[in-house]
Design a protein around this ligand. Sequence first.
Ligand code: DGJ
Length: 562
Amino acid sequence: MAPLRFVRTLWVCLLSLPLLAAAAASGARHSTAVPSTTRPSASALPWTALPVIVRRGGRAALLVDGRPFLILGAQVHNSSAWPGMLPQVWPAISAIHANTVEMPVYWEQMEPAPGRYDFSVLDMLLAQARQHHVRLVLLWFATWKNGSGHYMPVWMKRQPQKYFKLLDQHGKAIDSPSPFARATREADAQAFAALMGHLKNADRQHTVIMVQVENETGTYGSQRDYSPAAQRAFAAPVPQRLLQALHQQAQPGETWKTAFGARAAIYFHAWSIARYVDYVAAAGKAVYPLPLYCNAALRDPIHPQPAGSYESGGPTYNVLDVWKAAAPDIDLLAPDIYMEDSARYLKTLDLYDRPDNPLFVPETGLAPGYARYFFAVLGHGAIGFSPFGVDYSLYAAQPLGAPALRKSTLQQFALNYRLAAPIDRLLARLQFEGKLQGIAERRGHPVETLHFRGWDAVIKFGAKPWGPSPNPTGNATPIGRAMIAQLAPNQFLVAGYFCRIDFKPLASDQSREFLQVQQLELRPGLPLKRIWNGDETDFGLNFSSAPQLLRVSLATYTGARY
Ligand code: DGJ
């Protein structure tokens, strides 16, 4: 091996060591939950390659093939993961430059008769994803889908007494499964274990990197289940484990009502659903320990709806602690964000980004205004982001005569991934090392500042193309975005759209000098494309709608800039 290559290899190995150690620690955590009979043998499943979520110093990374991976996701419409629909999926995935596709697996299709499993559709998804060089996140549409049980197999729907719905406080059945229906839970756990077992054998290359358990669990129309089994549990003492997790002192025989008062129904329903989901998740994880997550239909974080008027029992922000205590086999709880205004969007990111909860946005709106939030999500160190409804099928709920999704609709999102896809691994590593920050334009905030060691980065939206532009107006519609990573004390990786970025040294008597501004090619190795200077740098770094990545080396001088 040439000496230079040897040094580089050694350097890569050294850089990887902390990650591998973290993965090993995480693998050890999983293995305690895996019965020895089902633990994967080393030859069947090299642990280094198994996708895993690792945490360090309050940050998290999804390791895929042993290295941090950033999910540049796209979720297809609910009924698009069928062989006959995929020709309308792949062109949209390629147009948006996604590296991961979120695809449902339908319980009704996978288990057409009790205990008989049909993996033909799943195998086709695996094969086609590999052909298109993307990873998959599978969505297990089973007991819950948007609060209902519509994906239960027909043979279950035909036995409503056995696989029962919950009852509201008037004893009326609601279109939502009861978390106390043991037969449903058993059937779901067995089917999910079968799915994971199939993946373990059919997906040794880890095309599937994560699985969502259920979809938007919870109930619309009742705060909780009032079925006889639920009533008995509600009258029983609150589990010690929950009280401890909430740091609540327990009196002997404390019931849900005495312990939680007005929140009793909400907490009880969240606990009941989360315990059920954890049962299903644990059954699958025991067979094949991929990262698992649950998604949430949100409660408004700025003007919270009253109990009973949002999806009760799912992992909304007000019951995250309850879910964490009840569902240790779920790696993360993820917000589906369909609130386009920046106050709600950014507040939601804050609420779900916790040391015990790696951030992931598995669904977000596809209107152009949502695209800019990708950069804010990146800045939160999220493991991924995914708009919903990315395929060219004609979605029935569109107004009559409206065209199917077109490439132009995807444009704002394609800009994001066009920039991020060639550097997805680098971005994931910089995030995990805490070096990357990102920002999305907020209406009425034309100037934003990000703080780094020794430097402030000042981002202006709506600045004039040339000249100092001290009072920018903001873009006519807020579509600006930026990401900045500190590579070295005076060196930054910088990218953005529809904004101007400049740097200010923290020492007030100093001014910024660009030593060199290199634009890098967006292809492997990131070779130099050109050096920016003159109009391109005199008043800051202007980012248009062109995908551009800069490596910026800075210096300071004593004195003022003109
Ligand atoms: C959120 C759900 O999780 C998706 O499956 C889909 O139904 C969307 N809502 C529709 O907007």
